[in-house]
Design a protein around this ligand. Structure first.
Ligand SMILES: [Zn+2]
Length: 429
């Protein structure tokens, strides 16, 4: 890639990610999957690393996505609600650990402890207490300024209105809707002919960011706390101590937090969370690795966007093998005939997949799919599952080539693929 091309691509990626972030954070209505978004961000970050002269403060690598919705009062966060640096491989985690070790040595810190936690897929909020009494709740917004959602936060059943101690404290938590409650909520909406939420995270965000608290009240919002933003008259040595104290005060804290010392322990913790992911009652979008020692955190400090003492590991999309039992053609309202894969049901990323689209004839050719093949199915989070390839080693020779039908499977009229088009169409539609 030439410098000119890099500049162009960076600008393009900056525009795209800003647009998608707006859909995601401000409108609670994502247009692409989290995984696709993450990949765009990764490309942007890598290009900016190579060409730092093109970094711009409007880039989402430099600022936190999200703004304040009209109609809400603004809250300036006393302590910014930062985001986290995402990483996608164990190598990047190792690099992080190495940086931490070097910094510890420089600063004569003898022992480093880490905490690995689930990264709950909800929306971050700051809740303020004065003299032990709940006074205010705000969304993260752009990290510096959030939306005042006090009345909506109050509708969350597990939020304590009075703490066990009369202290001044600001705590940070993640507001979410559990997987079961999300399914029920969407079922109800379907019955009432209302638009469905794309995923639990959007349902939670859309519910908390309501101007009418009576609507929020009907939504099964929950919150897990994971950080002390500010506290008067108390000092802690470690993050773990902080969390124990939060529990003592009456807060529900993130239930999965694993104290680690070595790289092996950290990798094991991440893998364990990955294995447990499906069984968790709430959705996660990764695992967070953070420094436990609070004094060390202070020394490490932050960039304009993220703390240097933590990273978020994003799990790769889950892949599983299953048998492609058949290919059936569906006819859409516009007459497009779409081949659908009928699969031996397989549990993947929390749901059972037995059917998925094959898009068109070219897709089947590109992937070299035959009926009877063992195929690799991928699903990332809430995304629609897709076939990414064939395990050709498992072929027996009994597999059958698939041909698109010559007639519409619904009405029997001729099916035609026009030149330059990917889709096969029913001529009667
Ligand atoms: Zn037809």
């Amino acid at each position: 890639m030439t410098k000119k091309e890099a500049k162009k691509r960076i600008e393009e990626l900056r525009k795209k990610t800003n647009y998608y972030a707006q859909k995601y954070y401000d409108e609670d209505n994502p247009e692409i999957t989290d995984y696709e978004y993450d990949m765009l961000m990764l490309e942007l970050r890598n290009l900016e690393k190579e060409y730092p002269e093109y970094i711009n403060k409007e880039s989402l690598t430099q600022k936190v996505g999200g703004t304040v919705k009209e109609g809400f009062a603004k809250v300036t966060h006393e302590v910014p609600l930062q985001s986290l640096q995402d990483v996608f491989s164990f190598e990047e985690i190792e690099e992080f650990l190495q940086r931490m070790e070097e910094k510890a040595k420089e600063n004569n810190i003898e022992e480093i402890n880490y905490v690995v936690e689930t990264k709950i897929d909800g929306l971050s909020s700051a809740i303020e207490y004065k003299n032990g009494e709940f006074v205010r709740g705000a969304t993260r917004g752009n990290g510096l300024i959030g939306e005042d959602v006090t009345n909506n936060i109050k509708t969350i059943k597990s939020i304590p209105m009075n703490l066990k101690e009369k202290i001044d404290i600001i705590v940070r938590g993640e507001v979410f809707i559990s997987k079961n409650n999300f399914e029920e909520l969407n079922k109800k909406r379907e019955e009432e002919d209302q638009e469905l939420f794309a995923n639990a995270r959007n349902a939670a965000a859309g519910s908390l960011r309501q101007l009418d608290s009576n609507i929020t009240k009907q939504r099964p919002l929950e919150i897990y706390f994971f950080n002390v933003q500010k506290i008067e008259g108390k000092n802690f040595n470690s993050h773990f101590e902080e969390l124990e104290y939060l529990e003592k005060l009456g807060f529900t804290v993130n239930p999965i937090k694993i104290l680690c010392k070595t790289k092996e322990e950290i990798f094991n913790a991440i893998e364990e969370i990955g294995r447990k992911r499906e069984e968790l009652s709430f959705g996660i979008d990764g695992a967070v690795i953070k420094i436990d020692n609070l004094r060390f955190r202070e020394i490490l400090g932050s960039t304009s966007k993220v703390p240097r003492w933590a990273i978020a590991y994003k799990y790769p999309p889950e892949r599983k093998e299953t048998v492609l039992k058949d290919i059936m053609c569906q006819v859409g309202r516009t007459g497009v005939i779409t081949p659908m894969a009928i699969l031996e049901p397989v549990k993947i990323a929390g749901s059972t997949v037995s059917k998925t689209t094959l898009h068109n004839e070219d897709f089947i050719k590109q992937k070299n799919l035959k009926i009877g093949d063992t195929v690799i199915v991928q699903k990332a989070g809430d995304v629609i599952p897709e076939i990414v390839g064939v395990n050709e080693k498992k072929r027996t020779g009994e597999e059958i080539d698939f041909k698109m039908p010559k007639k519409c499977p619904v009405c029997g009229a001729d099916a035609i693929r026009e030149e330059g088009e990917a889709a096969l169409r029913c001529t009667r539609s």
